[in-house]
Design a protein around this ligand. Structure first.
Ligand SMILES: [Zn+2]
Length: 269
């Protein structure tokens, strides 16, 4: 009897995967972290926001997506864990953020493209959100997202309306955003994915970019930008993706491993 209930509990635990990552991720050393902290502190200067037209924002996003999509789809099928059909939404929000929501929805804020120094950095953000879907992090977190979904629907509806009035977006984009608002809000309204899941999404992004033949060192600069923004609270709205020197250090460890394995996935956790 006792044995039976123990096994039942063990089964439930292994199915949940609530807080964890699908893969074994490299561990950070104190030295990695110290170096990243020094780099972020000395990177100085204000955050650089590029002034881009709507057409330029669209071109950069479309081009970045085109470059990584084949490798990302292949990797997702190889993992065979999560959602591999993605729907992309562009938000007129100028803060540095992006999110992954139910039904494969990926929202990229305009602010991501404006703060990114190059296409590789935009690709990294898209690939990170793809990573959350591939590893099924979104589904694993949905149990806690019901309240967030309600709040998020209101928030996204307001954003979409503002975007239509301004320079961005169209009536059809607004309607699409309103339709998916409840789902997208599930991700935005959630406090966060677990730290391990965030690291896994970054690792998968590194694999995707590597397999796409993109420059991982050029992409890395975005994490330094995020760490600067987090430290100074200049942009806010980073709640769903807190980032600091630790994330930069973890990226470096991931990239070293990805290069050493020629883009293979790590062992399953
Ligand atoms: Zn994330």
């Amino acid at each position: 009897m006792r044995r039976r209930s123990f096994l039942a509990l063990a089964g439930a635990g292994s199915l949940c995967g609530c807080s964890g990552a699908v893969h074994q991720l490299p561990q950070l050393s104190g030295e990695n972290l110290t170096m990243a902290q020094a780099e972020v502190q000395s990177s100085g200067g204000t955050l650089q926001r590029r002034s881009l037209s709507d057409e330029e924002v669209n071109e950069i996003l479309t081009s970045a997506l085109r470059r990584i999509r084949p490798a990302a789809s292949e990797l997702c099928r190889e993992m065979n864990v999560g959602v591999c059909t993605w729907q992309f939404r562009l938000s007129g929000d100028r803060s540095l953020n992006a999110s992954a929501g139910a039904n494969g929805v990926i929202v990229i804020n305009r602010g991501v493209v404006e703060y990114a120094a190059n296409e590789e950095q935009v690709a990294m953000v898209i690939a990170h959100e793809m990573g959350h879907h591939m590893a099924n992090h979104v589904v694993a977190g949905q149990r806690n997202s019901a309240i967030g979904a309600v709040l998020g629907a209101v928030l996204l509806g307001a954003l979409a309306a503002a975007a239509t009035q301004g320079s961005y977006g169209s009536a059809s984009a607004t309607q699409a955003a309103a339709r998916t608002g409840g789902n997208v809000g599930g991700a935005i309204g959630r406090i966060s994915f677990s730290k391990e899941q965030e690291r896994e999404a970054d690792y998968l992004a590194a694999v995707i970019l590597y397999r796409s033949g993109m420059d991982l060192d050029k992409a890395r600069g975005f994490l330094v930008t995020l760490a600067k923004a987090t430290g100074r609270k200049e942009t806010g709205m980073l709640d769903s993706h807190p980032a600091g020197p630790e994330r930069v250090a973890a990226w470096d460890r991931a990239v070293a491993e990805v290069r050493a394995t020629n883009g293979q996935l790590p062992k399953r956790a």
